[in-house]
Design a protein around this ligand. Structure first.
Ligand code: AMP
Length: 211
């Protein structure tokens, strides 16, 4: 079972992917995490992507597609979750070609549905561990010690692109470029919509039930 998990920024794709990885032994392919890894290691790809990401804009399709292709070639038969890719119709079309070339297929495109005012509250309050990437929320998911990750003890930070003005740019990019994928996946018969509201476990059960 290979799936695409998509939805607006803040819909909970990363949180739910982590559960699918732990419980269903799937491999998470998060383009956002891959880019952040490149930025941390100061690679050329990271330098190319950083200015777009910091501004809340989408990284150009050719850069993203090339990066995903390298991962897809190297899966060794493991089931995967595409988290945050594709984010535009041209990326989805490129994905179809890459899947064909690597004898892979997507079974479901799961849409995590969350209203816009909730997305804003989630993103402005989100804090991320600088060590292991675990996510917290200033109100809804506080760490045991303020500013410190429960899991690895590293410092928590707000992502540069989780500042309010940048969030608005990201939500606009989502509406303009990613929302049209709903129709794209419906036409392919892969689309499933799951409410992303409520407790993490409830949402996980909805996703697992839809697969
Ligand atoms: P995320 O962690 O999924 O919220 O992604 C963070 C940022 O990485 C986005 O706001 C974009 O700038 C960039 N990014 C991640 N995935 C993609 C993609 N598929 N296409 C273009 N830009 C992306």
């Amino acid at each position: 079972m290979n799936i695409i998990l998509f939805g607006a920024p803040g819909a909970g794709k990363g949180t739910q992917s982590a559960l699918l990885v732990a419980r269903k032994k799937m491999r998470q392919i998060s383009t956002g995490d891959l880019f952040r890894g490149h930025i941390k290691q100061q690679t050329r790809l990271g330098t190319e992507a950083k200015s777009f990401m910091d501004a809340g804009k989408l990284v150009p399709d050719d850069i993203v597609v090339g990066m995903v292709e390298d991962v897809l070639k190297d899966l060794g038969g493991q089931n995967f979750i595409l988290d945050g890719f594709p984010r535009t119709v041209p990326q989805a079309e490129s994905l179809d070609v890459m899947l064909m070339n690597n004898a892979l297929k997507i079974d479901k495109a799961v849409f995590l549905d969350v209203p816009k005012d909730e997305l804003m509250a989630r993103l402005t309050g989100r804090r991320v561990c600088t060590g292991c990437g675990a996510t917290y929320h200033v109100l809804a998911k506080k760490p045991k010690a303020p500013g410190v990750c429960d899991l690895c003890g590293s410092k928590l930070e707000q992502r540069v692109d989780d500042k309010e003005d940048v969030i608005l740019t990201r939500l606009n990019a989502y509406e303009a470029s990613t929302a049209p994928l709903v129709d794209y996946f419906k036409k392919k018969g892969q689309f499933v919509s799951v409410s992303g509201m409520g407790e993490t476990e409830e949402i996980y059960k909805r996703i697992a039930g839809s697969l």
